[in-house]
Design a protein around this ligand. Structure first.
Ligand SMILES: C[S@@+](CC[C@H](N)C(=O)[O-])C[C@H]1O[C@@H](n2cnc3c(N)ncnc32)[C@H](O)[C@@H]1O
Length: 324
């Protein structure tokens, strides 16, 4: 599937703010922010509006694509889910809110929370250019305190934020986030072993608290993957020339690796198996690594099973597949 591009209104807002700025200054800021993230300093290098813009220009296309992939997987499994309210925890420039607004036309109330005032300012400015997000509420503050006084929402999203919380505080934050989830929670993290470990810990904790997995897993049992394997997915994004300049990158695309879990209060009626790696297609068979209700399966679909082979040829890494 083609990766989602940023909505036109969001792109226009970002382009308007970039206009007249020095690309090399923006690129320099983006590099410092990225280095600070790599060194474990989280969003500490995002202090000014120019920093916030550099972060948004560099990262929003990728985090938007990852959140959208998670929301699409969810919508496929719970097609009747029509949330009215969204709570975007660690919202930053509002990426997940934009993605949720696109995925669910039913959403009308958007509450965002984040500790970073520069990102809040940018999110509000970008949101002002959106017909859907114009009326958003953006609470600035530390997540646990801000959540304690926030209203519960039908859909809660925590996108690329759990990694910024110290290990000792994650369980308490997860409990609070779940308490504010009326129906469905989507958590997205970088698709690294560490990001996956955080997703797994949250999955285990919240299943024990009564949650059910809607995606990517087809069950609520223990994850069948054993280290060094880890569950993650990928979105390939085309890079515009401006994006390449800002990221100091040469390739015309980037691959965003992400891990996610969507948890619901009520179990989904059916859950598809999940394709865990890009299937290998040969003239003889399609070989696919699948997560199925019984665990992990390396499924081979022979060419002689014509219709099944034709279907399996179209499987892509991350797809939910309904096995008969
Ligand atoms: C990597 S950014 C992700 C932003 C956005 N969700 C996205 O996907 O593009 C992480 C965000 O979490 C916020 N954050 C980290 N720790 C926080 C905390 N304890 N309380 C509130 N916000 C926090 C940061 O300020 C930052 O905006």
């Amino acid at each position: 599937m083609t990766p989602p591009d940023l909505p036109t209104e969001l792109k226009a807002g970002l382009d308007a703010r970039l206009h007249g700025l020095s690309r090399s200054d923006v690129a320099g800021r983006a590099a410092i922010i990225s280095r600070t993230y790599r060194d474990g300093g989280g969003s500490g290098a995002i202090a000014t509006e120019a920093d916030a813009l550099a972060y948004a220009l560099a990262r929003m296309p990728a985090t938007y694509a990852a959140v959208t992939a998670g929301l699409n997987a969810l919508a496929e499994i719970t097609p009747d889910f029509a949330p009215n309210s969204l709570l975007d925890v660690g919202a930053g420039p509002g990426t997940a809110s934009w993605a949720a607004a696109e995925a669910f036309s039913s959403l009308s109330a958007f509450t965002l929370l984040d500790a970073n005032s520069a990102l809040r300012t940018l999110a509000l400015a970008l949101g002002a250019g959106s017909t859907r997000l114009r009326g958003m509420t953006y609470r600035q503050g530390e997540a646990r305190a801000a959540l304690a006084s926030a209203e519960a929402a039908d859909l809660v999203v925590a996108s690329y934020m759990i990694g910024e919380i110290s290990e000792g505080e994650r369980a308490a934050l997860a409990e609070l986030i779940w308490a504010k989830t009326r129906d469905t929670l989507l958590v997205v993290e970088p698709g690294t072993p560490a990001g996956f470990a955080r997703i797994l810990a949250m999955r285990t904790q919240l299943i024990a608290a009564g949650a059910h997995v809607a995606a990517p897993c087809p069950h609520d049992d223990r994850c069948p993957l054993a280290a060094p394997d880890w569950c993650h997915f990928s979105q390939r994004l085309p890079r515009s020339q401006a994006h390449r300049q800002i990221k100091g990158a040469e390739l015309a695309y980037e691959d965003e690796r992400f891990a996610y879990v969507a948890l619901t209060r009520v179990p989904a009626a059916r859950r598809p198996a999940r394709v865990l790696a890009q299937p290998v297609v040969s003239k003889v068979e399609v070989t696919a690594k699948l997560c199925i209700p019984d665990g992990l399966a390396i499924t081979k679909v022979p060419r002689r099973a014509k219709a099944d082979y034709a279907t399996a040829r179209r499987w892509r890494w991350g797809d939910g597949v309904w096995l008969t």
